[in-house]
Every structure is written in structure tokens, then in C-alpha cells.
Design a protein around this ligand. Structure first.
Ligand code: BEZ
Ligand code: FE
Length: 295
């Protein structure tokens, strides 16, 4: 050893992790301390398990930088990353654990395409503009509390892709806010509207998430679905989706959202159209409306 060297931390991974965890111990916020402590332990274990080298660390950091650079008012690549990793679905399922144990509706991730200020529409109105192609679809919904009590005056947000598989904000051929709406439930907890049967679609693959999917040899498809987000006084907000059980990707959603009873048959109405009846059961609790990803 160099005669002038002073001994620092032991140059080995366990001592390093110990020092990093000690540095976290002063975090005032108890939850942040817990989350960071666990993250640090798993991050170090992960790097050691795969024998991460410096070139790979640079590649990973560059990937995260590009996730940020691909995010803006029109696109949230960060949400997409959490979605394709299965993290968003995992968090939704954990948040809903108590509700699910008591018969609450399964949740599904919000995704990047919910828009702020979706237009308030009257029950029975049509959310598809006149020249939207596709088979007619009537949606009849009912919002209930876990004990079966109908929830009047609940706010129900819905959004869906067109039969071409594009959301209105991705498609210059659709008018603003096409296939989107906000409804209020009647005294019996009901809402209803007319639309068109949606198609499945690929998640955006023009950014780093697309590169990751390609590198993993994964397809980018989501099965056809309608999104719902329900806000009712005294209840936890429910975000979910109902999926077309006949879609070829019904069992193979790229973001792992098509869980449990959320797969549905769109019933033929005998006149070339379809109907979808849905019941949305919400758990009593604090009403916290999630952050809306798109203006
Ligand atoms: C969506 O359902 O709108 C969606 C979810 C995850 C990624 C992309 C889109
Ligand atoms: Fe969607």
C-alpha cells in the first residue's frame, strides 16, 4: 500500500451498501426513508446479481434521460414505461386489494391518454361524431358502493380509441374530444351513452419504450377496450377498463391490464350493433382524483 494512503471505507460491496443505507437514515419523511431504503437494497442487489458493468450503467442512464426527453404535453413516456413493465398494473391491484376482497370492480391502469376537461355530456348522448366509422355500441352503466347502494351524482369519465385504433388526439381525422365524455349518474346510479365498438391498438413505439419492446421481442398491442374513471363522494376513485373478450390480444395485453372479470362479450343487439352493460363498484374511502396526464 502507498505509504501516504489513509484507509477509507472497506472496498467491498457489503460495506458500500451499509454506508449508502446509513446516509439514507437521516431522511425526515418516514415514508420516503422506507421507500428509499428498500429501493437502495434492491438496486444494489440487482446490480450485483447481473454483474452490471459501467458501460451498461451508462446505457441505462441514457435510457432514463430519453424517457424524460420523450415526455411532454402530448405524450407521457414515463407512464408508458411503468405500464409496459407491469408496474402500473401491480400498483393498481395492490391499491384495490381491500376493495377486491369485498367484491369491488377490478381496477386497470389509467394509461397516458385520459384528457383533462373531457366534455360533460347528457346521459343517452353519443360520444362518437357523425362520421366515426364502426359498429354502433350502446353502453349502460351503473355505479354502486360495495354494499350495493347506488351512487347518484357520481362523475364518470370515459375515453376510447376509434375503430381505427387511434385516440382522437393521435388522429387528425377526428374532431377534438371525439370518443370522450364525462357523465353524471342519475338517482339510481345509472349512466348510459352511445358510441362505436373500439378496436385494439399498438401503444406508441416511437420512443425508448418502443426500443425496449423490440429488444424484448414483444408485440405492442392492447386489446380493444373502453376506459372509465369514476369519482363519487366518500369513495375511492375507480379507474378501470372493459376489454373486448373477442380481441385476438384479449389474453395478451402489452401492459398486462386485462385482468379478472374485465374481459367482456359485447352483446349483439340484433340490428348490427352491440351493447355493453357494466357495473362499477367503488370502495368507501378518501376521494383522491389522480393526476391527468394530458391537457
Ligand atoms: C391506454 O389504454 O390508453 C394505454 C395504456 C398504456 C399504454 C398506452 C395506452
Ligand atoms: Fe386505452
Amino acid at each position: 500500500m502507498d505509504a501516504h494512503a489513509v484507509t477509507g471505507l472497506p472496498a467491498e460491496p457489503d460495506a458500500l451498501l451499509h454506508a449508502v443505507l446509513r446516509a439514507n437514515d437521516g431522511t425526515d419523511n418516514a415514508r420516503l426513508r422506507e421507500v428509499m431504503g428498500s429501493l437502495l437494497r434492491h438496486l444494489h442487489a440487482f446490480a450485483r446479481e447481473v454483474g452490471l458493468n459501467y458501460r451498461e450503467l451508462e446505457q441505462g442512464l441514457d435510457f432514463l434521460v430519453r424517457i424524460g426527453q420523450a415526455t411532454g404535453p402530448k405524450k407521457h413516456e414515463g407512464i408508458l414505461l411503468a405500464d409496459i413493465l407491469g408496474l402500473a398494473t401491480l400498483v393498481c391491484l395492490m391499491d384495490a386489494r381491500d376493495s377486491l376482497a369485498e367484491g369491488g370492480t377490478e381496477p386497470a391502469l389509467i394509461g397516458p391518454f385520459w384528457r383533462d376537461q373531457q366534455p360533460l355530456r347528457a346521459n343517452g348522448s353519443r360520444i362518437a361524431c357523425a362520421n366515426t366509422p364502426g359498429a354502433p355500441l350502446r353502453v349502460n352503466g351503473r355505479v354502486l358502493s360495495l354494499d350495493g347502494r347506488p351512487l347518484a351524482g357520481a362523475r364518470v369519465e370515459t375515453w376510447q380509441a376509434s375503430p381505427k385504433g387511434l385516440y382522437e388526439n393521435q388522429d387528425p381525422e377526428q374532431p377534438q374530444m371525439n370518443l370522450r365524455g364525462r357523465f353524471e349518474t342519475d338517482a339510481d346510479g345509472r349512466f348510459w351513452f352511445d358510441s362505436v365498438r373500439p378496436a385494439g391498438y399498438p401503444v406508441p413505439i416511437d420512443g425508448p419504450c418502443g426500443e425496449l419492446l423490440a429488444a424484448q421481442g414483444r408485440h405492442p398491442m392492447r386489446p380493444a377496450h373502453l376506459h372509465f374513471l369514476v369519482v363519487a363522494v366518500g369513495h375511492k376513485v375507480l379507474a378501470t377498463q372493459f376489454f373486448d373478450a373477442e380481441d385476438p390480444h384479449a389474453m395478451d395485453d402489452v401492459v398486462f391490464g386485462a385482468v379478472g372479470s374485465l374481459l367482456r362479450r359485447f352483446e349483439p343487439d340484433g340490428e348490427g350493433g352491440f351493447r355493453l352493460d357494466v357495473e362499477l363498484r367503488l370502495e368507501p374511502g378518501e376521494t383522491r382524483v389522480p393526476h391527468c396526464p394530458l391537457p
